[in-house]
Design a protein around this ligand. Sequence first.
Ligand code: SAM
Length: 269
Amino acid sequence: MLQQERPCPIDVESPTLSDCGGIGVRGTNTLTMLFREDCVLEEALQQLYKSNPESSPLSVVSAGCSVGAEADSLIALHSQSGFGGRLAVTGFDISPVAVKAANTGRYFLPASVAQDEDVFAKTRSTLTDYGFTPDFHNIHRSPDLYRGTRSSRGYYQIGATSLRAGHEVVFTEHDLAEEAPLKGTAHLVVANNVLYHLSPERATRALQNIATILTQNGVLNLGDITLSERTSPWVERNVELLEEEFNLKPIVFGPIDQPVMFARDQLHA
Ligand SMILES: C[S@@+](CC[C@H](N)C(=O)[O-])C[C@H]1O[C@@H](n2cnc3c(N)ncnc32)[C@H](O)[C@@H]1O
């Protein structure tokens, strides 16, 4: 079971952070966050190292990567974890706009963070601690696209360039429902908050494709926003598919007993 009592590395008391400790960043037309479900991402990294103690770089796929926040969060958490070694992170997303933004490695904090001095100071120190480039003095006047609202606000820009140094990071346009590149290569696939965007048929195909990306002892993290009940029935239906077609069994469960992490038999031992 997930260790719910384990403290999140981000201060969840802050009004700008979600229950799961995420920092909203300006994304595309869909919401993404730095350190979204950070406890789950940490757990995924733990499982990754448990199943591959010797490998470096470890190959990680962020399926439905949006503007790269999930990939960068994994790198940041990995750097703090003391695991050592390098990550080779590939992000897949169907949106060319998202992929382009992800490859720039630049984030814009939403006005709600940027304009509140206390919140901003706390966020800045957290992000700097995690290795993001402290390019915080760069204030942009541009339309606020965050969560679809439009108003003239300032942005603080943060970068992931220094954070990514030493790791291999690449973001590529790819529809998860299409046959996956990189078959049998990923030690960890994180597919959070993406499959609910697809029709049930395409989502099942996407899940099958995702499962083929994994190495023999690869770990799959499959989750939804705050691990809600919304996709629980969908995940439940597909647990059977993962077990029967790919021999992937649940190894970690979320707060509502929804499986969030899957691996093949050897990890149970
Ligand atoms: C809500 S965001 C989630 C981003 C990130 N995984 C997270 O948890 O913050 C969903 C992302 O999935 C992408 N997406 C939707 N359908 C997709 C598909 N068929 N193949 C690849 N990406 C897809 C969207 O473009 C969007 O960037």
